[in-house]
Ligand binder design. Structure first.
Ligand code: HEC
Ligand code: HEC
Length: 339
């Protein structure tokens, strides 16, 4: 037994030595010559992961949504051709390769940390992205290839877009947030569970922070939290991910972002992982980006959602295409599925 352990440790030690020495040599060489850091494979993979799970392609890549993510990388992020229309006019997701090609890595980080745009872009979640991840995204976007042409320019209000667009069909002037549904006996029990999560037996603070970060940068709140987009992310955590009354209407019918707390409260962590790894939904949920998430991040998302509090009420049920939803809802273009 002891012999085996020693043998294993020796193998590990040799492995570490073999793997470590070229890196160490490279690092010391870098230190002497002081060349600018070039991205390594790990950083590019991280950048790709943050772009995919951050849904940048959903808006900034032509057809990414309709092809359920099956767009080759050499076509990624050259700008979207589906507008976001509202009282501000019509915004088009920009060609991010052009942004990146005109900046240094440090410029990009500073820019993203302060980014303000017109509506359509969830700039608040990009601002919450860590410096390390922003650097990785920069390097990944830079590696995608030639910048190409700029996306369509912004159209001021009153100008009719020539392209398909997404638009909120309002119910009238915006209303203040409704109070949370009253808690029930079952909820009290779940709250006790949520509090226990901060004790030693529950997930630690690091896991919860990771889960929160992945929910934020993955834009889950944009759809699954009421008024989150309109309030540019300024919604208290106790209201996060309880589903949305604002449906998404398109050729598929009207879908309502579900109450994810209910989902999570019904499952163990292992069940959740198996569930999201195989998830397929109707549009516009980018379910394929959940498949690309690593297990640790999915676990952290589960644990974080679990601590948010009482599950509350389910979101409204799906309406088939021939049924008219109650405003407000988001109207998706009919043409989007045929593009
Ligand atoms: C829901 C759609 C949507 C998603 C998701 C999205 N964007 Fe955007 N983005 C837009 C739109 C629309 C604009 C143009 C806004 C404007 O015209 O002011 C934009 C603008 C930007 C800009 C400003 C560009 C400029 O020149 O002004 C940056 C930078 C950006 N997006 C980066 C990202 C990154 C990185 C991601 C992924 C983490 C992302 N976006 C995800 C829709 C989106
Ligand atoms: C663009 C809007 C949008 C974004 C962003 C989004 N969702 Fe969804 N999601 C939806 C809609 C709409 C549905 C309901 C689809 C249906 O009815 O088939 C849904 C369904 C789901 C379901 C299936 C629930 C069920 O009952 O079958 C899960 C799980 C889910 N989303 C998790 C997430 C997570 C986690 C994130 C963030 C990483 C996220 N979603 C981001 C819109 C979105």
């Amino acid at each position: 037994m002891v012999k085996n352990v020693v043998a294993v440790l020796t193998i590990i030690a040799i492995g570490v030595w073999l793997a470590g020495s070229p890196v160490a040599a490279q690092q010391s060489r870098g230190a002497v010559v002081d060349v600018p850091r070039s991205p390594n494979a790990e950083q590019l993979a991280r950048g790709r992961y943050m772009v995919v799970t951050g849904d940048c392609n959903v808006c900034h890549t032509v057809n990414y949504d309709t092809l359920e993510g099956k767009v080759p990388e050499n076509e990624w992020l050259t700008g979207g051709n589906v507008g976001r229309r509202g009282p501000w006019g019509t915004t088009y997701p920009t060609n991010l390769r052009i942004n990146v090609s005109a900046m240094t890595e440090a410029d990009w980080v500073a820019y993203a940390k302060e980014l303000r745009t017109r509506p359509g872009m969830p700039a608040w979640s990009l601002r919450e992205t860590s410096v390390e991840d922003l650097r990785a995204m920069y390097q990944f976007i830079k590696s995608l290839g030639a910048p190409g042409k700029p996306a369509r320019p912004f159209l001021p209000p009153g100008q009719e877009p020539e392209t398909p667009y997404v638009q909120v069909v309002a119910a009238g002037p915006p209303k203040p947030l409704a109070p949370l549904p009253p808690s029930t006996a079952g909820n009290v029990q779940r709250n006790a569970g949520a509090n226990a999560a901060t004790s030693r037996s529950g997930p630690d603070a690091e896991i919860l922070a990771l889960g929160r970060y992945m929910v934020l940068t993955g834009h889950c709140n944009n759809c699954h939290t009421r008024d989150y987009g309109r309030l540019e992310g300024k919604v208290a955590e106790k209201e996060w991910l309880m589903g949305n009354l604002q449906g998404h209407r398109g050729p598929w019918g009207t879908t309502y972002p579900t109450n994810l707390r209910i989902e999570v409260s019904k499952m163990t962590e292992a069940q959740w992982i198996a569930y999201v790894k195989n998830l397929r939904t109707r549009p516009p949920m980018p379910w394929w980006t959940l498949h690309e998430r690593n297990i640790d991040d999915l676990r952290a998302i589960y644990q974080f959602i679990k601590t948010l509090g009482t599950p509350g009420e389910p979101a409204p049920s799906f309406l088939p295409p021939d049924q008219q939803p109650k405003p407000p809802y988001i109207q998706w273009p009919a043409a989007i599925s045929a593009q």
